[in-house]
Design a protein around this ligand. Structure first.
Ligand code: ASP
Length: 596
């Protein structure tokens, strides 16, 4: 049988008089005694159906439960005068039903799908298939689909080919823990799920594929509290015979197209670029939010020898004093200014000195200690004008900059400086190649160990590795790192040197990355690439604040799927086949005992 001739968003005045069939969910029911109205809903929209042709039909409709699935046959007619609903696509018409078939009954739903309000997130994840009936979720998945198609079309038109790299691989380091899949054929050995297709896309370049892209699923077993998901999607790109400029131009054009194709907005390209060191010193972050100013400026020169002991001591101990100019905030009351100290402290600052720039110059301690011309100079240094508020903090350089970076964000939220409709992209370029490993003497790659060092720094790889800069780049959007990429090392010797710098000796390198080193020795083209966090991007385009709202079946922040109960224990037989024995986790055992 034909279930439907139209969808629930299609019918309008031009269909009046036609006999049609519709199928969908019973969204809303109104019982007017003699006859019944229901709103029939499907993916596309809603149509009002009236059961007024016979008492039997009306009785069947009366007995419908919310979310029962029905098919109706009927005739389209104009709604009576005064009943037209201009806010509804099908609001001019209604269908008078002649036949109703109940296709499926619905029990009372554990969550409300017609409500604008969000049900609790546990319920939503447990009953995700119901949550997906809500228009907002459907809209998000549609936007995601459009974004996927846009990326595919863009790359295909430019001659890129999409290659699916494997899921069962040998570990590729990207700084997180791997998800592990034990091998049955070789008990004791495991595959890793890819943290990224990094080495495969490089192998594709060595294979002469030249231009690759993939909407790649990646898996990272890491702390999920910060709105991350254990599996997520990247727009993964790699190109041969290219340099930074080529990657930037390519990515900017892709973003321009993607934003246009999804939300219809034109974005300005090229994106501004900022050196990594400048991002840290001006914004206190390697992912600066460019939507607002609140720039950080070092002010040591003004405070050393100023008589302001607290700051002088910090400078003498090798720390720094930093200032921020908050435009137009000079009029905040003392109480309001005091209230800024709390977020400053929670972000890790010892204190925050706030100084209004009034008609009489700078007030407070600085007004007392600084002569007029010094005050003028300090204001000039911070680009401050009358009516602004100057904020100062002092401490160890790196820690204070980072804390001010976080405070900057808090202040922007507090003062509502983040324009939700603005898409402020920027490139952060030229970061260091390595960083120290916390609580150890070792160093590790900031990006990943396949990133090329700056040519002029290569001779420092052994002697001064922490001062080697890299040919990596990050794309940042509204203070969120959207993508990261780099020019790759295509010389096996240089690759070996970088491994050595991070403590992977030749034997270990051969064991873990032997295939890469060998592959690089058979004629590797210079190549580079980038990977863009697709979920986060769609989240911003959809105006959502969590990536869970744009992933069809996301996991909780302890990486479980409430809908199907993954992860789940496996059968003893499966363990035997895999050659695995469980060592019971003590805390789990304790908990079990405690329960008994
Ligand atoms: N593989 C890198 C990542 O996932 C991106 C890249 O360097 O292309 O972060």
């Amino acid at each position: 049988m034909t279930y439907r001739t139209h969808t629930c968003s299609e019918l309008n005045a031009s269909n009046v008089g036609q006999n049609i069939k519709l199928a969908g969910w019973t969204a809303r029911k109104r019982d007017l005694g003699g006859f019944i109205f229901i709103d029939l809903r499907d993916k596309y929209g809603k149509t009002q159906v009236v059961f007024d042709q016979s008492p039997e039909l009306a009785q069947t409709a009366r007995e419908l439960h919310s979310e029962d699935v029905v098919q109706i046959e009927g005739t389209v007619r104009h709604r009576p005068d005064g009943m037209v609903n201009r806010n509804m696509k099908t609001g001019e018409i209604e269908v008078t039903a002649a036949v109703i078939n109940i296709l499926s009954r619905a029990n009372h739903l554990p969550l409300e799908v017609e409500d604008e309000e969000e049900p609790g997130s546990e319920l939503r994840l447990r009953y995700r298939y119901l949550d997906l009936r809500r228009p907002r979720m459907r809209k998000n998945l549609l936007l995601r689909h459009k974004a996927l198609q846009s990326v595919r079309n863009f790359h295909t038109e430019l001659g890129f080919i999409e290659v699916e790299t494997p899921f069962l691989i040998r570990s590729t380091p990207e700084g997180a823990r791997d998800y592990i899949v034990p091998s049955r054929e070789r008990p004791g050995s495991c595959y890793s799920l890819p943290q990224s297709p990094q080495l495969y896309k490089q192998a594709l370049m060595i294979g002469g594929i030249d231009k690759y892209f993939q909407l790649a699923r990646c898996f990272r077993d890491e702390d999920l509290r910060r709105d991350r998901q254990p599996e997520f999607t990247q727009i993964d790109v790699e190109m041969s015979f290219v340099e930074e400029e080529d990657v930037f131009t390519h990515t900017e054009a892709m973003m321009q197209r993607l934003v246009k194709d999804t939300i219809g907005t034109d974005i300005q390209i090229p994106f501004p670029r900022i050196e990594y060191d400048d991002a840290i010193s001006k914004y206190g972050s390697d992912a600066p939010d460019m939507r607002y100013e609140l720039l950080i400026k070092r002010c040591d020169d003004f405070f050393s020898g100023s008589g302001f002991k607290a700051f002088e001591n910090v400078i003498n101990e090798g720390g720094g004093v930093f200032g921020i100019c908050a435009k137009g905030k000079g009029g905040l009351s003392r109480k309001e200014r005091e209230r800024l100290e709390e977020p400053a402290r929670t972000q890790g600052l010892a204190g925050l000195l706030s100084v209004p720039f009034t008609d009489k110059g700078l007030t407070g301690i600085i007004g007392k200690l600084f002569k007029e011309d010094k005050q003028t100079e300090l204001c000039k240094h911070l680009s401050a004008e009358k009516g602004d508020l100057l904020l100062f903090a002092a401490g160890k350089v790196k820690l204070t900059l980072e804390a001010l970076g976080r405070l900057r964000r808090k202040l922007a939220q507090l003062w509502d400086l983040e324009d939700k409709n603005e898409l402020a992209f920027c490139w952060v370029v030229n970061p260091p190649l390595f960083e120290p490993i916390e609580d150890s003497d070792g160093i590790t790659a900031v990006h990943h160990p396949f990133t090329a060092p700056n040519e002029e720094d290569i001779d420092k790889l052994e002697s001064d590795p922490l001062n080697v800069y890299s040919r990596a780049y990050d794309l940042v959007l509204n203070g969120i790192e959207m993508s990261t990429g780099s020019i790759r090392i295509h010389d096996p010797e240089l690759q070996q040197k970088v491994f050595k710098a991070i403590g992977i000796d030749n034997i270990e390198a051969k064991k873990r990355f032997g295939f890469l080193l060998e592959a690089l020795s058979y004629g590797a083209p210079p190549h580079a690439g980038i990977a863009l966090g697709f979920d986060r991007l769609v989240m911003l385009l959809a105006g959502e604040t969590t990536i869970r709202n744009i992933i069809a079946f996301p996991k909780t922040n302890v990486a479980s799927s409430l809908m199907d109960g993954a992860p789940a224990e496996i059968e003893p037989e499966q363990l035997r086949e895999l050659g695995l024995k469980l060592i019971r986790n003590e805390t789990a055992e304790d908990a079990e005992k405690a329960e008994k």
